[in-house]
Design a protein around this ligand. Structure first.
Ligand code: PHB
Length: 247
C-alpha cells in the first residue's frame, strides 16, 4: 500500500475523505473535505479527482457528493441490505399499525446504525436517519442491542462517559447496568425522552435462526405516556422477522 510522508496509507486518507460526507453535509467543497479529513487541500483535491474518475464521488455545481457507484458497490453484496429486504414487509405493517416512525437498527462497533426507517407526515420529531448512528446507551434500539451484546462490549460502554442528550438519557453506569438486565428480562426497551424530550423510542430484539440478536426493531412515537401500547405490535413484528430470517 502506497504511504504518504506521514506514514499513512493512501487508503486511510481515502476513507477519511469518504467519511467527511454526512446526512447534514452531503455536498462539500474540496477545501471543506480537506478540513474534515485533516488533509492538505492539494492532497484532498488529488484524491477527490481520482475518486470522481472512478465514479465513487461526483462533482455537482462546484461541490462534491457521494456517487451512486459507491452506493451500488456497497449495496451489491451487503448483508445489511438482505436483512433490510427480509424485514421490510413486516416493518411496513408495523408502520401502518403504529404510525410515526418504524426503524431497524444493527450493532456496529459501539453504536447502533439505522439501516431502515419508515416515517409519516406530521410524525413526532426523530433525530435518526437511515445510515445514521446513535450511541448504545441513549436509544431504545441501542439498549436492546447492548443488552444482548457480549459482556466485553457492555463493560466497554459502561466504562466510558455516557453522554446525555436530554435530562432523561441514562448517564449513570449503575443505572445503565440495571436497565440492561431489565431489557434482557422483559425483552423490550422503552425510552421516554432519552434522545428528545418529545419522543419515546420503544425497541425489541430480533433473533436469527441460531438465537443471536441480529437487529432491533423499534418505533419512535410521541412522549405522551401511551408508548407502551406499541409493545404487542413490536413483539409480533420481531417474531415475523425472525421467522422470515430463519427461512
Ligand atoms: C430511540 O430509539 O429511543 C429513539 C431514537 C431516535 C429518536 C428518539 C428515540 O429520535
Amino acid at each position: 500500500m502506497a504511504r504518504s510522508d506521514s506514514g499513512e496509507s493512501v487508503l486511510e486518507r481515502v476513507v477519511r475523505v469518504l467519511e467527511a460526507f454526512t446526512p447534514e453535509a452531503p455536498a462539500l467543497a474540496v477545501t471543506e473535505i480537506a478540513r474534515r479529513a485533516d488533509l492538505p487541500t492539494t492532497t484532498a483535491s488529488r484524491l477527490v479527482a481520482e475518486l470522481v474518475g472512478h465514479g465513487l464521488l461526483v462533482r455537482d455545481e462546484g461541490r462534491v457528493r457521494v456517487g451512486t457507484r459507491l452506493w451500488e458497490l456497497g449495496a451489491r453484496a451487503s448483508s445489511t441490505l438482505s436483512l433490510r429486504e427480509t424485514a421490510m414487509p413486516v416493518l411496513e405493517d408495523l408502520h401502518r399499525a403504529v404510525g410515526h416512525h418504524a426503524q431497524l437498527g444493527v450493532l456496529d462497533g459501539a453504536e447502533v446504525l439505522f439501516v431502515e426507517r419508515l416515517s409519516a407526515d406530521r410524525a413526532v420529531i426523530n433525530l435518526t436517519r437511515i445510515a445514521a448512528r446513535l450511541p448504545l446507551h441513549a436509544s431504545s434500539s441501542g439498549l436492546v442491542l447492548l443488552a444482548f451484546a457480549s459482556t466485553t462490549l457492555q463493560e466497554r460502554v459502561l466504562a466510558r462517559p455516557l453522554v446525555g442528550f436530554t435530562r432523561n438519557t441514562i448517564t449513570d453506569p449503575g443505572v445503565l447496568r440495571t436497565r440492561l438486565a431489565e431489557v434482557r428480562e422483559r425483552g423490550v426497551a422503552l425510552c421516554p425522552g432519552y434522545i428528545h424530550l418529545d419522543a419515546t423510542g420503544v425497541a425489541v430484539p430480533v433473533r436469527d435462526g441460531a438465537g443471536h440478536v441480529v437487529v432491533a426493531v423499534s418505533v419512535v412515537v410521541p412522549n405522551d405516556g401511551e408508548a407502551a401500547r406499541t409493545v404487542p405490535a413490536l413483539t409480533e413484528a420481531a417474531r415475523r422477522i425472525r421467522d422470515r430470517l430463519a427461512r
